[in-house]
Design a protein around this ligand. Sequence first.
Ligand SMILES: Cc1cc2nc3c(=O)[nH]c(=O)nc-3n(C[C@H](O)[C@H](O)[C@H](O)COP(=O)(O)OP(=O)(O)OC[C@H]3O[C@@H](n4cnc5c(N)ncnc54)[C@H](O)[C@@H]3O)c2cc1C
Length: 436
Amino acid sequence: MAKTTVESEAPWTAGGEIPVSGEAAASGEVRDVKRTTCCVVGGGPGGAVLALLLARKGVDVTLLEAHPDFDREFRGDTLHPSVMEIMDQLGLADRLLELRHSKVSSLTLQTADGPFTPADLSRLKTKFPYITIMPQTSFLEFIAGEAKKYPSFRLVMGARVRELVEEDGVVRGVRYEDEGGRHEVRAALTVGADGRGSRTRKLAGIEPKKTSPPMDVLWFRLPREDEDPAGVVGRFGRGHIAVMLDRDDYWQAGYVIPKGTFPELRREGVEELRRQFGELAPEFADRLGHLTDWRQVSLLSVESSRCEKWHKPGLLLIGDAAHVMSPVAGVGINYAIQDAVEAANILTGPLQKNQERLVPVDEKRLAAVQRRRELPTRLIQALQAQVQRNILAPALGSNAPFSPPLPLRLLPRIPVLRNIPGRLIGFGLRKVYVKD
Ligand SMILES: Cc1cc2nc3c(=O)[nH]c(=O)nc-3n(C[C@H](O)[C@H](O)[C@H](O)COP(=O)(O)OP(=O)(O)OC[C@H]3O[C@@H](n4cnc5c(N)ncnc54)[C@H](O)[C@@H]3O)c2cc1C
């Protein structure tokens, strides 16, 4: 790779454009080199919220998103109370709730012993004692729209990051491709918020440690009818789990299968999926005829992982790039956004001081972000592993009707303990606040 030469090293100001030398331009390598104080790779919940938080503090931030739009199907659509409190602190909650959404305050499972509610958020002491279910597209468009109100925010859609710009072992920015060719962004800090398959993480040579949850999930849409119940519906039994998420005008159906069994089910045909799902959730059997083709079904290969180190000089990883969360309790978005808030709390000051000369942020500050977020992440991943081991794996491994283990059945009956699951799902180990 030919090195891009810039004509001038100083004075650089964030947001400025550095002309590319004749040599580099002629080679077709990089069309332009832009400067920004913080370059965020990935416009998912973590990256978009971080960019907004930095921009509102006047930090020059460039958000690079590989997709041409925020449209996405079957991604996390759950905003937990912690996210809503963060939105409220930013003065955005009311407007966010004007967008189409539904609310779920408890999860009820139909078990062999009747309905069982392991987690109830309605008793949480918060303005938002429920999970807000909203298409991720609407949430991301809303956040990007807010960020665009700040002049120090720049969003590049369709920008696929291909390389890190590294000098003497320090990440100084990225190179990306878009329709117009290759571009370079130089920054005091690069944040990899590019999700579970993070390219920035791979380029930085950081390997996540993976665990193997015992299941995969098939997602598909089913029609919703006026008389249907609202919220989330869960069914355990016959070696499978069905989850129905109320999406207002349709159901997002999730069918949890033992890991690695999808090829076999696929061979049996979509009619076998219809049959199995209909047995588990007979009240939805009447509309399974809409499911006629595997192209309507999306496979989520369930993963859980965490990086030992979330940073290297000049680079910080947040969200799924640093830790992929199991879908148990649907906390992935929550954790990505909490990472973004803690990163902004710790890094806004150093970045503000660094606007003129892009001196890389001291790595100790990046380590402080990881320290702040690692324990909550470890804790919830350990709890998810327990649920997977003691509830999901046995349920997936047996055709007998599901009966929750005794300690879990007792939990809702003990007043001092019964709020713990709701609190852990809603907020995690501790509440996260935006420091102003
Ligand atoms: C099918 C499915 C269902 C899920 N359901 C839930 C749920 O109900 N609740 C929940 O909380 N979580 C759920 N999750 C997980 C949740 O979506 C993630 O935990 C969350 O989105 C992580 O946010 P993030 O910002 O870290 O990464 P992501 O949301 O993955 O965003 C990463 C962004 O980076 C972009 N990107 C990737 N590579 C590049 C590149 N090279 N250059 C530029 N941009 C790039 C991507 O296009 C993407 O927009 C689900 C995930 C899946 C796959």
